[in-house]
Design a protein around this ligand. Structure first.
Ligand SMILES: Nc1ncnc2c1ncn2[C@@H]1O[C@H](COP(=O)(O)OP(=O)(O)OP(=O)(O)O)[C@@H](O)[C@H]1O
Length: 313
């Protein structure tokens, strides 16, 4: 049974459906990504999963429970990332960890079958997340990366089965972001299911087992990162600067070419291996030299732009 099931989810604000029929399921142990342009409805969707917003229609189940009706039991199953405003500036890391840990019953207590399976000792969590040297530091004095580590620790402090992380790495430098990725992988490897909202394609491509692309309140596509790339943007991106302009009709007729774009003198073609061969033959026939010829695998960035452009069109 999937650990998260969302069906026909709808949320209306001011007469406008900002989430309109969203459906997906998340299997236990997955990192499931939610991607989409600003205002697409990602946070609204995950906050319905967390039980923080009440859907206008549709159903949400987390481990078989309704996040709104079963709010109390859900808080023992699902760990949510706090927003910055939810922690007092003068609280130390130790105080925050102790305080939040005290919210959750001890294992073997009254938690029942859905209670904390393995509520961690907050000291172990602090150690795992590299926070031990910072225990006496006040929240306001932590760096962005340290704050994010603390948010991950607090999200995990009740020993949840599911953790929801919304734009966790926004504002982090590249090293802190990569460190956070390793942490999220560790979390998944420890058996926790991760629901991850992100704007970073590289992050989604590296971390997520599957991704739902949400655009304009609907699921535009749902697949593995590789699957999204394959079925949208074409597998291969060919780019070069021709020594003289190419015949547009010949470019448009290239086999399996999904798109041809020009930026200044540079030509970029999304296609397949067959397209690569055809481009090279075309250039040879026309005796055109291709400067800085690059052939690369398409990325999730390409797929995302392709999918969300189609929605906006
Ligand atoms: N409480 C609210 N009242 C009115 N409108 C809201 C409310 N919450 C969200 N919205 C609107 O719903 C739409 C979706 O918002 P949401 O925060 O879910 O988008 P998002 O995909 O998470 O965006 P972003 O990437 O910018 O964080 C937006 O147009 C937003 O203005």
């Amino acid at each position: 049974m999937p650990i998260i099931e969302v069906n026909g989810l709808r949320k209306v604000y001011g007469g406008r459906a900002v989430v309109d029929g969203v459906a997906f399921t998340v299997e236990e142990g997955e990192i499931f990504g939610i991607l989409g342009p600003n205002g697409a409805g990602k946070t609204t969707t995950v906050e319905c999963v967390e039980g923080l917003r009440v859907p206008d229609a549709g159903t949400v189940r987390v481990a078989g429970l309704d996040p709104v009706a079963d709010r109390e039991r859900i808080t023992r199953i699902l760990g949510a990332q706090l927003q910055k405003s939810e922690l007092q500036a003068n609280l130390t890391v130790r105080e925050a960890l102790e305080l939040y840990s005290a919210f959750y019953p001890e294992p073997g207590g009254t938690g029942g079958p859905e209670g904390p399976r393995n509520k961690p000792d907050w000291r172990d969590l602090a150690e795992r997340l590299g926070l031990t040297p910072k225990l006496t530091t006040r929240f306001a004095a932590l760096s962005g990366g340290q704050k994010q580590r603390l948010f991950i620790a607090l999200a995990l402090i009740g020993g949840p089965r599911v953790v929801v992380l919304d734009e966790l790495t926004t504002g982090l430098d590249p090293r802190a972001r990569r460190d956070t990725w390793s942490l999220i992988e560790d979390v998944r490897d420890s058996g926790v299911t991760v629901l991850l909202v992100t704007h970073f394609m590289e992050e989604a491509q590296r971390l997520c087992d599957r991704i739902a692309v949400i655009s304009d309140g609907r699921v535009a596509a749902l697949d593995t990162p590789a699957g999204l790339i394959r079925r949208t943007a074409g597998n291969t991106v060919i780019s070069f600067t021709p020594s003289r302009p190419l015949d547009e009709r010949e470019l448009a007729d290239l086999p399996e070419a999904e798109s041809v774009a020009h930026q200044d003198d540079r030509v970029t073609i999304h296609g397949s291996d067959t397209t690569v061969n055809a481009v090279i033959s075309l250039l040879a026939r026309a005796q055109i030299t291709a400067h800085q010829l690059r052939v690369a695998d398409a990325t999730l960035d390409d797929a995302f732009l392709d999918l969300t452009e189609k929605q906006e069109a």
